[in-house]
Design a protein around this ligand. Structure first.
Ligand code: SF4
Length: 524
């Protein structure tokens, strides 16, 4: 293939590492995996019982290795307050093991828990046993809660004046949110830092050969966001009511570029991943212009929505500023379902936007979903046919298929009846609450459907099987899709992706050979 010798070697080395990880998982420590740890303990932990049981076991060999590594840091820093971030369920057990060890050896250290998992799943926390391990749990953005906590621990603020903080008082979990200080805006929060991390010792694995998909694991990307939250915040399956989605605020481009320069100076690395829920097109345009004006050379990628405002012109500008890839939710490639989701896009629109990125040489990854309430098998198969055509035309380079799950904080989870489903569990046991099980009287996506969809994608991402009938991926009979085989070609033909000079108030010369034409009267 086109893989160079170095990449081939790294790919083989990664496969070898994965085998070793599997061996450790099977024979030494069932908690161990390469990018998560004891994930089963944190997934759908409606009650704390299983977490408490796991923490009551003697530490495994890999637990001890983790704690040895942590202990070096604790000894070196001698903190009075220790913050543990839990972004995903696969980080919960490790964080609590650390908290448990620190409590045992240094009981005076106060421990505070926060992060994405906490912000999403522990919002109704009632479990006092969690506070055997940590002293405080804060929700949502951490700047103000942590500052309030530091002031409280320094004796300068009453406990009642904390911000978005759970703690245990007289054996019960109580909520403190009396601080009147304002939230920090995007212009005030400062630049994230990697100080103290041994960046050169992180593994850069190459576990997939797809050029878009490998961005996730291959190499170091400095992480920033163009904005806080999502400017659209309407999708019915999304946690739109939570602060990390629902509170939208853009970062001024000048400040964002300052932060980019600061991170380059700190890390020496020029790759950036904008981890927005959906980066605003105007913000990306402002950033691109600022990077070009200041001559800051970076490579970047980020998450967007398939908005028609991403014209060929804008995509060229983004590419000139270093954009190599975008990821975006296409969800179901069916207008009826996109409408039901309040996604605010159509499939044809997504295809045209992807074409604009394609002409600028920017790769596109699509997030896909199946099993949405009321979705029929016919619709799923037709979605696959459209996805096949998008791959075949080079409009998307990679994709991932999620099975729909109703979540507690999404519009569907909050009002399931209005969306035609019935929530069947789990019953809340005082600890975590997020993924819900449901019953859909209209249709139920069988297991084999997901198996077929994933099989198709794994071939498409290698550029294989693109001409095959999509029905072949399923090991059960499915109806023939009614989508015309030339659907994408027709969409692009009917509304070609053209530049609109009247839409721009500013012209930017991004390079290339000038074309010299004479017109009017030749006076020479
Ligand atoms: S799914 Fe994406 S676009 Fe929709 S509301 Fe959530 S973050 Fe915004």
């Amino acid at each position: 293939g086109t893989l160079g010798a170095t990449d081939r070697a790294r790919y083989l080395a990664t496969l070898y590492l994965e085998d070793l990880a599997d061996l450790i998982h099977e024979t030494v420590s069932p908690q161990f995996a390469l990018s998560r740890y004891a994930e089963h303990v944190g997934v759908s932990a409606a009650s704390f019982d299983a977490v408490a049981r796991a923490l009551a076991e003697p530490p495994s060999l890999t637990d001890e290795m983790l704690l040895d590594a942590v202990w070096g840091h604790v000894e070196g820093v001698a903190p009075t307050l220790l913050g543990l971030t839990v972004p995903f369920p696969g980080n919960l057990y490790g964080a609590l093991r650390i908290a448990q060890a620190v409590k045992a050896r240094r009981p005076a250290v106060r421990i505070v828990l926060g992060g994405g998992y906490v912000n999403t799943e522990l919002r109704r926390l009632q479990e006092p046993r969690l506070f055997d391990y940590v002293d405080y749990v804060t929700l949502d953005d951490g700047e103000r809660p942590l500052l309030c906590l530091l002031e409280h621990l320094a004796g300068k603020r009453d406990e009642a004046e904390l911000r978005r903080t759970f703690l245990r008082s007289e054996g019960r979990v109580v909520w403190r949110d009396g601080a009147r200080d304002p939230e920090f805006g995007m212009a005030e929060i400062g630049t994230p830092t990697y100080a103290g991390l041994a960046l050169d010792r992180y593994l850069s694995v190459l576990d997939v050969l797809n050029p878009m998909h490998r961005l996730w694991s291959d190499g170091h990307w400095n992480k920033l966001t163009v904005a806080h939250g999502c400017y659209w915040k309407q999708c019915t399956f999304c946690d739109v009511g939570l602060d990390y989605i629902g509170r939208y605020e853009a970062t001024p481009s000048e400040i964002l570029t300052d932060r980019i320069e600061a991170l380059i100076a700190e890390t020496g690395r020029r790759g950036f991943h904008f981890v927005d829920e959906a980066a605003p097109p105007a913000g990306l345009k402002g950033l691109a212009l600022c990077l070009l004006e200041r001559g800051v050379a970076i490579t970047w990628w980020g998450n967007i929505r398939f908005e028609p405002v991403f014209t060929r012109d804008l995509c060229r500008l983004l590419a000139a500023s270093g954009c190599v890839a975008v990821t975006a939710g296409l969800e179901a490639a069916s207008d009826r379902l996109l409408d039901a989701m309040k996604k605010g896009i159509t499939v044809a629109q997504a295809a045209r936007v992807a074409a604009a990125f394609q002409t600028a040489g920017i790769m596109v990854h699509a997030y896909l979903m199946y099993g949405f309430p009321g979705e029929t098998i016919v619709e799923t198969v037709e979605t696959l046919e459209r996805v096949r055509q998008l791959f075949a035309h080079g409009l998307i380079q990679s994709a991932f298929w999620h099975r729909f799950v109703a979540t507690a904080h999404s519009p569907i989870g909050l009002d399931p009846t209005a969306h035609g489903i019935r929530i069947t569990g789990p019953s809340f046991g005082g600890f975590a609450e997020n993924d819900l099980t449901h019953d859909d009287p209209a249709e139920k996506a069988p297991e084999w459907l997901g198996v077929g969809l994933r099989a198709a994608l794994s071939f498409y991402m290698r550029g294989e099987g693109l001409m095959a009938d999509v029905r072949q991926w399923f090991d059960h009979p499915v109806p023939r899709p009614k989508v015309p085989r030339n659907w994408v070609a027709r969409v692009l033909e009917e509304t070609p992706v053209l530049d609109d000079p009247t839409a721009e108030r500013r012209f930017v010369w991004i390079g290339g050979a000038p074309v010299n034409e004479s017109y009017g009267h030749d006076r020479s």
